[in-house]
Design a protein around this ligand. Structure first.
Ligand SMILES: Cc1cc2nc3c(=O)[nH]c(=O)nc-3n(C[C@H](O)[C@H](O)[C@H](O)COP(=O)(O)OP(=O)(O)OC[C@H]3O[C@@H](n4cnc5c(N)ncnc54)[C@H](O)[C@@H]3O)c2cc1C
Length: 547
């Protein structure tokens, strides 16, 4: 994977070859920025972590040039991963069930790429490609900012190596050394709860009661935890709460992990193999700032959410989608360096919203053990669970508590609906739509700040495919030339059906869409020239391109 010699000079050094770092590398490549990725591991991640990859992330990878056929082929089918179950034990009684996000074909009206479950350890190798310059076994150790760049030092297999870059991206995960080197504080609780994660090779299809799901929450108070399917006939993770004071990580042997799994299975004699065993803390923290000069924090280096929302990986991918086109625009002289301040201003509020919802989801789950009559005493709680489920009114209360978790697993609004404001968005004076549940509800809109709505074009492309990855795109209705003369933008006409039905705009209106597919301006065509001038500042001397 490594193309660049040690001591090279590049536009961007990316620390970390996780999902955020590798997406950044793809975007740099598409935008003509030279980039190298430094990764301390000797190869891609081998154990599962994230599994929910949402529609927006796939949309971004489509635009970034990732091989989507390979990526989607590796995802679990919605038939196998479309449900969440609550069970007494895994393989025991299913007490309640909810849909796991919206994965059906009806979603194709809203996005070209609906959410899928795709294990991070299968995904990461698919994000590699020959044109990316990824240096495994290279641990970043230091960066020094100079007047016009950053001097970067890493430890490679043959000793220290040095790179000169214009920008450094800390995509180095939750424990980010880049973040610590900048003295950036994390705001929020570091450890809400601790878990042991046991990675298993197992065929548990027989335990799924003919209704395969991606998550199984075990209600049994003595063994409670969550089984996560990474392909029900081959790989699972069992997540079990632990007390770090009484169960130090070094005491967690494979035998101990296997005993925890057996306790949570209705058939403790079932066959499985413990592959790895690890520990992690559930955190809810956001960096107090995302930028220091030419150094930027992205992904988990900038924010750590509880996994109860499936948002960590997805938010990191959207971070770099917001940032990389701006770096390219500054390097190409199309925008001034102050535009780089909009990265934190636009992305930090999104991280806060995602973090808050993930934390809300985590705490709301407590309603279920409460409905089961759980207390601090495990034996009493077990007896209460059996008594509650034997009583029709008690069972109904537990099922109501489960039904009450629906939004936790239905976060479309949060996945597609985030909007930006600030100097790269021209407010058109319309009110923000009021939604019953902003985390759940998504209403496609061309209102400035939001993602351009998707619709299929007659030629099989998506409206999102009309947007240039480097330049602002001026979208007009077929047959309505803008008449705007001069400027560094691309002018594209949109079929009348989509314009009228999906966008709901008049023939004399236009949209200006940023390279990250977010609308920057909506208004009269004869206002487009002034809008472009305002958005591009004084950097708009080149003639418009058309296609
Ligand atoms: C149990 C669990 C379930 C989850 N489920 C979901 C989910 O369903 N959906 C979702 O969106 N998110 C989920 N997440 C969160 C998700 O895994 C993370 O948010 C995601 O991995 C963050 O990606 P990243 O690229 O920012 O960082 P990482 O994936 O952590 O990558 C950082 C990389 O930087 C490397 N690195 C670190 N320091 C250095 C250094 N000094 N030099 C060189 N390299 C370095 C690391 O080795 C690592 O490869 C889950 C997390 C957990 C624990």
């Amino acid at each position: 994977m490594s193309n660049t010699a040690a001591s090279a000079s590049v536009d961007v050094v990316i620390v970390g070859a996780g999902p955020a770092g590798l997406t950044a590398a793809h975007l740099c490549h598409r935008l003509g920025l030279s980039a190298i990725v430094l990764e301390q591991r000797d190869g891609p991640q081998r154990s599962p972590a994230a599994h929910a990859v949402n529609a927006r992330t796939f949309e971004i990878w489509r635009q970034a040039g990732v091989d989507m056929d390979r990526v989607l082929a590796a995802a679990l089918s919605p038939d196998e991963a479309g449900l969440v179950h609550w069970v007494t034990k895994f393989g025991g009684e299913i007490v309640g069930t909810l849909p796991y996000e919206r994965q059906g074909d009806e979603m194709l009206a809203i996005t070209p790429t609906p959410l899928r479950n795709l294990s991070q350890h299968r995904l990461e190798p698919l994000l590699l490609s020959p044109e990316l310059d990824v240096h495994y076994a290279h641990r970043w150790i230091d960066a020094e900012e100079t007047a016009d760049g950053v001097e970067v030092t890493a430890n490679g297999p043959d000793g220290p190596v040095h790179f000169t870059a214009k920008y450094l991206l800390g995509a180095d995960g939750a424990a980010s050394a880049v973040r610590r080197s900048l003295g950036v504080e994390l705001i929020g609780p570091r450890s809400l709860q601790s878990f042991v994660a046991i990675h298993l090779a197992a065929d548990f299809r027989a335990f799924m009661g003919g209704m395969p799901g991606v998550l199984y929450f075990v209600l049994d108070p003595a063994s409670g935890g969550t089984f996560i399917s990474h392909g029900c006939e081959r790989e699972w993770v069992y997540m079990h709460p632990r007390d770090p004071d009484t169960q130090p990580a070094e005491n967690l042997t494979s035998d101990h992990g296997a005993a925890l799994v057996r306790a949570a299975l209705a058939d403790p004699g079932a066959a499985f193999e413990v592959l790895t065993i690890g520990t992690w803390h559930m955190s809810a923290q956001i960096a107090d700032h995302y930028r220091s000069g030419r150094i930027f924090l992205v992904g988990d280096a900038a924010h750590r959410f509880p996994p109860t929302g499936g948002l960590g990986l997805n938010t990191g991918v959207a971070d770099v989608h917001n940032l990389i086109w701006k770096l390219a625009a500054v390097e190409n002289g199309r925008l001034g360096p102050s535009v780089l301040d909009t990265y934190e201003a636009e992305r930090r509020p999104v991280a806060q919203f995602n973090c808050d919802q993930s934390m809300h989801n985590a705490f709301k789950l407590i309603e279920i053990p409460m409905a089961l009559g759980a207390s601090d005493d495990v034996e009493e709680s077990t007896a209460a669970m059996h008594a509650t489920l034997a009583d029709p009114a008690g069972r109904a209360a537990v099922q109501a508590a489960i039904a009450n978790q629906a939004i936790h697993f239905d976060l479309l609004g949060l996945q597609l609906g985030h909007t930006y404001s600030g100097p790269l968005v021209l407010d058109d004076g319309t009110a923000t739509p009021t939604l019953d549940e902003p985390a759940r509800d998504y209403v496609p809109s061309t209102r400035p700040g939001g993602r351009l709505p998707h619709a299929w074009l007659p030629d099989g492309r998506s409206t999102l495919d009309l947007i240039d990855i480097a330049l602002p795109t001026l979208l007009v209705r077929d047959g309505s030339p803008s008449g705007a003369i001069g400027g560094s933008w691309l002018e594209v006409s949109c079929p009348t059906g989509v314009w009228d039905d999906t966008f709901g705009l008049a023939a004399d209106e236009c949209l200006i869409v940023r390279p990250d597919q977010h609308v920057a301006f909506r208004g009269a065509i004869n206002g487009s020239r002034a809008a472009l001038t305002q958005l591009l500042g004084s950097h708009d001397d080149a003639p418009a391109r058309e296609r």
